[in-house]
Design a protein around this ligand. Structure first.
Ligand code: HSE
Length: 449
């Protein structure tokens, strides 16, 4: 049985007994957690005030060799393991059995540290409620942007401020893919294959390229930032599957880069949370975030703009965030005290995606004859969408930039001032109906200008 409800262990004069740590899952992240627990044993004990003892590692398959992990610690009995721990670290992922195991651990008096963004986004209220009832900690720094301290700053450091907006790159795989498309001219499929070969993308890359991973992280951050439950279903989500090499090339020609952004905003009317690809000006700091790195801006009323940057994926970076949480919850076991509980008092309304206000860039293939531009401009004006800039180029017919032989075709690149999603969608539908428009090639939001 674990120490009851986070009570301090032992009096000052007694040697502190070791805190028992159980690990659920031992893949890329779990093995790094074991490495840090082992290699930094003495430092961790000094920082916590008691030794941390790894008492077991729950895995599905005992036959797989795990470098640096004592085979005697491996067990397939995860349910039995969580009953004999003070701290349970969950890195197995997925909804079940992770949720049931964490709830069992909490019921048995253990604090839980998890990297499970999918579960937290889907059902954090259940975990929060259980942890609060049992008087134990629920920590999850590694669930959002891995090594980058983001959950703690939003949940604790900025707890006295008012967060207005969070804007960032929270998925390393898609950032790598888009970066390769921009710098190497690759198409999406080839860039995803490269990401898979490097171990960034899973064999099934849907969670990353479909924006699901980023949407879960956005929901978690928005819930913390706005003291409001943000259900995953309220997060407007678009992945990068519709982004072409042509989009990325034109982004470059117009002074932008394409990034998959997570955006959480508080307006007078409520909270808007969305994940979608967007054009970011090349001069913006997010444009300089390359490879699998993550970067997040947090804008708060008093603090102003803060930027967090670092490795948002990978075994060791994720293990670093997990171990920070382990030290925090272990300190509470030794010294008393508790981590934050769920804060949902603000209960702000969730705004629909159609209410989001952004600038847009649309590219159209049009007939190159007098009056076409004014027709297109009239449709924009009719929907209350203001034009910021228009550029016309000969219509290319191939990826190599070869130009259409007929001088009667042109490519229009129109950038708008800020407009609602709803106004823009109606505008695009009307433009597509014009006889002079052969194709709406792409419509991308512009952020960060
Ligand atoms: N697959 C994620 C990424 C890391 O590429 O950023 C885990 O959330």
């Amino acid at each position: 049985m674990a120490a009851p409800n986070g009570a301090p262990l032992g009096a000052d004069s007694e040697p502190r007994r070791a805190l028992r740590v159980a690990l659920l899952g031992c893949g890329v992240v779990g093995t790094q957690v074991v490495r840090l627990l082992t290699q930094q044993r003495a430092d961790l004990a000094a920082r916590v005030g008691a030794p941390l003892e790894l008492v077991g590692v729950a895995v599905r398959d005992l036959t797989i060799a795990r470098e640096g992990v004592d085979p005697a610690l491996l067990t397939t009995d995860a349910a039995g393991l969580v009953e004999r721990a003070d701290i349970v670290v969950e890195v197995m992922g997925g909804i079940e059995p992770a949720r049931s195991l964490m709830l069992s651990a909490i019921a048995a008096g253990a604090s839980v540290v998890t990297a499970n963004k999918a579960l937290l986004a889907a059902d954090s209220p259940t975990l929060y409620a259980a942890a609060e009832a049992a008087g134990v900690d629920l920590y999850f720094e590694a669930a959002v942007a891995a090594a980058i301290p983001l959950v703690r700053p939003v949940r604790e450091s900025l707890a006295g401020d008012r967060i207005k907006r969070i804007l960032g790159i929270v998925n390393g795989t898609t950032n790598y893919v888009l970066d390769q498309m921009a710098t190497e001219g690759l198409d999406l499929d080839l860039a995803v294959k490269q990401a898979q070969q490097l171990g960034y993308a899973e064999a099934d890359p849907t969670a990353d390229v479909g924006g699901y991973d980023a949407a879960a992280k956005a929901a978690i951050l928005a819930s913390l930032a706005f003291h409001t439950r943000v259900p995953l279903a309220s997060v407007h989500r678009e992945g990068i599957t519709g982004i072409t090499a042509d989009d990325v090339a034109w982004a470059g020609r117009t002074g932008h880069v394409v990034k998959l952004l997570a955006i959480a905003e508080r307006t007078d009317d409520g909270v808007s949370v969305r994940v979608h690809p967007a054009l970011v000006p090349a001069s913006h700091p997010l444009a300089g975030v390359h490879g699998a790195f993550n970067a997040v801006f947090v804008e708060a009323e008093a603090a102003g703009e803060l930027m967090f940057y670092g490795r948002g994926a990978g075994g060791a970076p994720t293990a670093s965030a997990i171990m920070g949480d382990v030290v925090s919850v272990a300190r509470h076991r030794v010294l008393g005290g508790r981590g934050p509980v769920e804060s949902k008092y603000a209960d702000l309304p969730m705004l629909p995606a159609s209410a989001a206000i952004t600038r847009y860039q649309m590219r159209l293939d049009v007939a190159d004859r007098p009056g076409v531009l004014s027709q297109v401009a009239a449709v924009l004006a009719g929907h209350g969408v203001s034009i910021e800039a228009v550029r016309q180029a000969p219509q290319p017919v191939g990826l190599d930039g070869e130009v259409a032989p007929a001088a009667s075709l042109a490519h229009l690149i129109i950038t708008t001032h800020a407009a609602t999603d709803a106004a823009l969608a109606a505008t695009v539908a009307a433009i597509a109906e014009l006889d002079s428009v052969t194709r709406v090639v792409s419509v991308l939001r512009v952020e960060g200008a």
